[in-house]
Write a protein that binds this ligand. Sequence first.
Ligand SMILES: CC(=O)SCCNC(=O)CCNC(=O)[C@H](O)C(C)(C)COP(=O)(O)OP(=O)(O)OC[C@H]1O[C@@H](n2cnc3c(N)ncnc32)[C@H](O)[C@@H]1OP(=O)(O)O
Length: 412
Amino acid sequence: MATDLTTELKVLRPEQWDEWWEHLVRAFGEGPSPQERELDRSRTEFGRSLGAWDGDELVGTAGAFSFRMTVPGGALVPTAGVTMVSVSATHRRRGVLTSMMRRQLEDVRALGEPLAALTASEPAIYGRFGYGVAAIGLGAEIDTARVALSVPPGTDAVRLRYAAPEAVLDACEAVYARTVAGRPGMLARGPGWERAALLDSERRRRGASPLQCVVAERDGVTVGYARFRVRPSWEEGSAEGTVVLSDLAALDAASGAALWRFLFGIDLTSTLSVRARPVDDAWQYLVSDVRRCRLRLQDALYLRPVDVGAALAARTYQTPVDVVFEVQDAFCPWNTGRWRLSGDAKGASCERTADPADLALSVRELGSVYLGGVPLAGLGAAGRVRELREGALAEASVAFGSAVAPWLPHGF
Ligand SMILES: CC(=O)SCCNC(=O)CCNC(=O)[C@H](O)C(C)(C)COP(=O)(O)OP(=O)(O)OC[C@H]1O[C@@H](n2cnc3c(N)ncnc32)[C@H](O)[C@@H]1OP(=O)(O)O
């Protein structure tokens, strides 16, 4: 890799935003709508957005959102949501991204956020900076003409009604907010973030209808919602449309089942297309034929402990654990060294220690296992975690697990 000695990193100033954003858009080769542009502008955190400059030419962008993420045990942990990363194709592979990632992680540390998270445009990019895959998204193309759904008791008591997505936005957001603490990886959204769910440009529709919304109510109270589009199709005169789910949340099993049953049964459709759902999403356990649901998995959330001690102490552990980790972190050397983690289902501490190590791994593996979605033992079997005390791998692997699969509810 050639070294770019001329590039200088500067914090973004508000008057530079248009140029900065257009740089990003060009790197992705996309054409966002005016609404998407405005939303991006309103969400930009200027103090933590960086530009890389080659003289007076902008050649790189990187930003971060100040999130709080649910971790196992239910605590909300300050998390930098790394975003809007781009480098000019004219300046690629000269270390511009590396310099932005280094500066950004130093800034995240200074802000006291124990975690950094992102979704990657390509999986090969971020491992070198210490990010590991921590949550997988589940996709499916469900043959709703042949797959039946059995629903739990109480489903028929849930009332469904169509509503304009904008008109019920606050009620839907209140449902979302109530689900955040129950699943690791979910994000407590600040004001304005909920509007991203309403974006409905032609680019997003991809030939499907405008966004539709159905809310689930019990005794007049909103207990769930589904936002979706319908893509019509006629095969030799027969209707073969597709329901494309955008997002769905529900407060209990019956209201969730009512929404899924509705999505399975929309007239003139025979496929339900879902993506980026939790790997333990309830509908899978209600279908008559999971094979005809054509499941697929995709890496979703990448996580990096920025402060190993604070991060490991912020979550709980499903069984008692007392292990010493030997952590390698070439990119954030302040994490390198031995850490003793002691914890259980009530809480944990994680301090530096001189005691002998039980497990040796890099910070990337810690990021992967942190939310309980990737087994430490699996990484051990792959040779990515070394067991230095017999039994330590199994002990820690069980402790790090999560009863509920981690899930990133949306990109950013
Ligand atoms: C969180 C987000 O926003 S994800 C969005 C990321 N952005 C994009 O995908 C937009 C299009 N792509 C780009 O803008 C750029 O190619 C970037 C940002 C991915 C990479 O920027 P660069 O400045 O070229 O990266 P940099 O030169 O620092 O590369 C560092 C290392 O990563 C490797 N690398 C960089 N990008 C990639 C890639 N896409 N695939 C595989 N390896 C990569 C480099 O080869 C280099 O490896 P080395 O250290 O072994 O030589």
